[in-house]
Design a binder for this molecule. Structure first.
Ligand SMILES: Nc1ncnc2c1ncn2[C@@H]1O[C@H](COP(=O)(O)OP(=O)(O)O)[C@@H](O)[C@H]1O
Ligand SMILES: [Mg+2]
Length: 374
């Protein structure tokens, strides 16, 4: 069988740039090179696209946490053009070289990556890509829009208020406390990795939290604080055939207070991860079914990790969805899916790629039908 030309795209302009590089490294190391020709593309922090010929260097330096092996000399700046009817070509601007790509794994998180923008770009290139499509990615990225849709589907989540820079002056401790109680969590509508999120207990911390959230997005959410456990579940599949992963639990260390950026990435002992989460079989099933329902409600296909709280009354409360979850060694998405299905890391990547190609074929067939009607 002919090898599949797989491009891994990492980096990006978001605050989660570094996390993305770690995920990409794991994916490159895991994919079966008998099946795939691998290509590495990265979006630098300035937004420029780079093609790395020496991606193996990246893997040959396990201690290279600063990604020196991906140093600037090792890349070719690239411009993309959809050059034929199938669009499965990209143009390397320096060498005028054409490269056949069959599928892309965009392993980038946050803004300009996980929010539908990269997905729209890949659609324009007519390339199949791993993970949810443009619509699902953008609605899942925006925490207010996500909640509007899940509320409508009857899915329970924390009570919240939304403010924009235009309504910011309406935020007072009295009105927030009356609506949501104290403490509250203040978060940018569009963010990730806990960037810009803080817990507020009084007037000063509320003021600081609002300031911080508005430095990340012009729309913010203020939420009632849920006291309880944090649990997560992976979902894999396209419309009509979904697989829920194992349910895991995250126990942030008490010194961080909540699952903050530091607890996630900077502090090795920042959080304990339990797989499986200690839950009754019925509760596990309830979480898995809810994860799939949320995945469908938000129009997702491919993959997503759905995060919940379990409150003091053992109620499952939806927190948020991540459409390009981390693929680092400690990342929950692959761990939970592998634990439930017995798939290896590389077989999981195979499945994600197969789902991407199948969706693209399905959508391409639809377009052809429409053309015939015209
Ligand atoms: N309403 C809430 N109640 C309690 N903890 C919360 C709440 N919202 C967020 N948190 C804490 O903040 C962390 C990050 O918030 P989250 O909404 O998941 O944002 P991100 O997209 O940055 O991961 C959560 O994992 C949790 O520890
Ligand atoms: Mg989160």
């Amino acid at each position: 069988m002919a090898k599949i030309n797989l491009a891994v795209i990492c980096g990006g302009r978001s605050v989660e740039h570094e996390v993305s590089l770690v995920s990409a490294k794991n994916i490159l190391a895991a994919v079966d090179q008998q099946k795939y020709n691998l290509h590495l593309l990265a979006v630098a922090k300035d937004g420029s696209f780079r093609y790395y010929r020496n991606w193996q260097n990246f893997l040959n330096h396990p201690d290279d946490t600063n990604f020196v092996s991906l140093k600037p000399e090792g890349f070719t700046p690239v411009a993309f053009l959809s050059a034929d009817a199938r669009g499965q070509v990209l143009l390397l601007s320096e060498t005028q070289e054409f490269l056949q790509l069959d599928v892309v794994f965009p392993i980038m998180h946050g803004t300009f990556a996980e929010d539908g923008k990269m997905q729209g770009f890949l659609e324009m290139l007519n390339l199949p890509y791993v993970g949810p499509d443009v619509l699902a990615s953008s609605i899942s990225m925006d925490k207010q829009v996500t909640k509007q849709l899940t509320d409508q589907a009857g899915i329970k989540s924390a009570k919240y208020l939304t403010f924009t820079s235009a309504t910011r002056a309406e935020i007072t401790l009295e009105s927030i406390e009356a609506a949501l109680g104290l403490p509250v969590f203040v978060k940018p509508a569009n963010s990730g990795s806990s960037v810009g999120i803080s817990r507020a207990t009084d007037e000063l911390s509320l003021y600081q939290a609002v300031e911080q959230a508005f430095s990340v997005d012009h729309k913010i959410l203020i939420e009632e604080a849920i006291v309880g456990r944090e649990i997560e579940c992976s979902v894999l599949g396209n419309h009509g055939a979904l697989q829920a992963g194992e349910v895991g639990e995250i126990i942030p260390s008490s010194k961080h207070g909540f699952y903050s950026y530091d607890a996630k990435y900077l502090d090795e002992d920042g959080a304990a991860l339990l797989i499986p989460a200690p839950l009754s079989p019925a509760k596990k099933k309830e979480v898995q079914e809810l994860a799939k329902q949320i995945f469908v409600t938000l129009n997702c296909e491919g993959m997503a990790r759905v995060d919940f709280f379990l409150d003091g009354k053992d109620q499952v409360i939806f927190n948020e969805i991540n459409t390009i979850p981390g693929f680092t060694k400690i990342s929950m998405y692959p761990k939970l899916m592998m634990a439930e299905t017995g798939l290896t890391y590389s077989a999981l990547i195979d499945q994600l790629i197969e789902l991407a190609i199948k969706r693209h074929q399905r959508n391409s067939a639809l377009l052809l039908e429409k053309k015939m009607v015209e």
